[in-house]
Design a protein. Structure first.
Length: 430
């Protein structure tokens, strides 16, 4: 009976990694007729999740011997496993169950789908487990909570705001003077993603309507796309596409699931010196990459709101290249974040050392939770950061901050690598 049924009906297990604060899907795995699904931190698992609370081999999900019996969970994680909120060593897992890997650890949703087997054999991954290829289509599932962006059953968009070419616009991520960014669903990438439809999520940036008529604004938007297209760095989102539709211009890039450092500090307060230095050093290496290009690239908008802390691995990403400028091109536009930008940048004369100035003011915000201007004094020729007046800062840290934020760019660290060396020495000295 089982062999006859198995030849006609395929059991698809869907495991969805859920973002705890927002209850939205972050990643999805699908397995068709898999006898065992292994979950853990080690790379030889079927579902690999990098998290400090997860054991190398945290749990197994085993298929039932008979079609009408439930799947079985076996927990081997050192920090325990919670099934629907209850600590468990093992037991039956039913459709819709929530599995938390350790207390306050990542949350997985377990779902079952029954489908008729296709005439061809599904493709198998490196472990021999068949994974279903997913074609992009409109979600038709019922029972989704009001306001859900994604279907809790299949992970596909429920009610897109609009459609633009092969993109489904899901919601607004942010709005600025130059443009508006949206969370979008790329149908072409959904086809390529196969077993993981969340990989089709992208950021789509649209130039605002009132900016379209301004020649300089269009030049900046096109420059952002041109420069992004050439960048290859693990701390910079990947560029996908630039296109025009009607009188509007658009660009799409990689989505980084995380939280910007401005929001993070507002919610959690100032961070410890080791953590702040770790974040700033990561930004420093991104700047080192940009400044060493030919010609050097100046970001011109380094600030906490443009630094994204990715949830998955706590890596820092540098966002928003709308103000980017190639060194050596004519000076003109005065662009910069108030309280963070270097004096010469506000005068329309940026240089690579201008980004290092903003690195220093950003570090002050991370450590104090206050605007850097709070610790600046007017010296007649302009404002100057007085690091020695910030409580709790060591003389070594004060010296680094004073040099990073020297009003004269010739007196600052001249390269990002030089600044990184000083910051790392401060971190190692405790």
């Amino acid at each position: 009976m089982r062999s006859l049924l198995s030849s006609e009906i395929a059991c698809v297990v869907v495991l969805t990694l859920i973002d705890l604060p927002e209850r939205r899907p972050l990643q999805m795995w699908r397995f068709e007729d898999a006898p065992v699904i292994r979950v853990g931190r080690a790379t030889d698992n079927d579902v690999v999740i990098s998290h400090s609370l997860i054991s190398r081999h945290h749990l197994e999900l085993r298929s039932p011997p008979e079609p009408n019996q439930p799947w079985q969970l076996i927990s081997t994680g050192r920090n325990g496993t919670f099934l629907n909120g209850l600590l468990t060593c093992g037991g039956p897992v039913r459709d819709g169950a929530l599995i938390q890997l350790a207390h306050n650890g990542p949350l997985l949703q377990f779902q079952l789908e029954m489908k008729r087997s296709p005439s061809r054999r599904p493709r198998a991954d490196s472990r021999g487990l068949a994974r279903e290829a997913i074609a992009p289509s409109a979600c038709r599932h019922s029972g989704n909570p009001p306001g859900n962006t994604f279907c809790i059953h299949c992970g596909y968009p429920v009610a897109p705001l609009m459609r633009l070419r092969h993109y489904q616009i899901l919601r607004i991520l942010g709005q600025g003077g130059m443009g508006t960014t949206y969370l979008a669903w790329d149908e072409r990438r959904a086809i390529a993603a196969m077993h993981n439809p969340t990989e089709a999520l992208v950021v789509l940036k649209e130039m605002n309507a009132d900016m379209v008529r301004l020649t300089k604004a269009r030049e900046l938007f096109e420059r952002e796309a041109r420069v992004l297209q050439t960048l290859r760095h693990p701390g910079i989102p990947q560029f996908f596409e630039f296109f025009a539709e009607g009188d509007r211009q658009y660009l799409t890039m990689e989505l980084i699931p995380g939280q910007d450092l401005d929001t993070w500090i507002q919610r959690h307060g100032p961070v410890s010196l080791p953590l702040a230095l770790d974040w700033i050093v990561q930004v420093g290496w991104i700047l080192d990459y940009l400044h060493c290009l030919n010609p050097p690239v100046i970001h011109r908008d380094i600030k906490p709101a443009n630094l994204m802390l990715r949830h998955r691995d706590r890596r820092i990403f540098l966002l928003d290249f709308g103000a980017v400028k190639e060194s050596g091109t004519p000076w003109a536009t005065r662009i910069g974040a108030e309280h963070y930008s270097a004096p010469e940048q506000t005068q329309g004369k940026p240089r690579t050392q201008s980004d290092l100035y903003a690195l220093g003011t950003t570090l002050v915000f991370l450590l104090t939770g206050k605007s850097p201007r709070t610790f600046c004094r007017d010296e007649g020729t302009g404002y100057r950061l007085r690091a020695e007046e910030i409580p709790g800062f060591s003389p070594q840290l004060q010296s680094i901050l004073m040099r990073l934020t020297e009003p004269d760019p010739r007196q600052r660290y001249q390269t990002a690598r030089e600044a990184i060396g000083a910051l790392q020495a401060c971190r190692e000295s405790g």
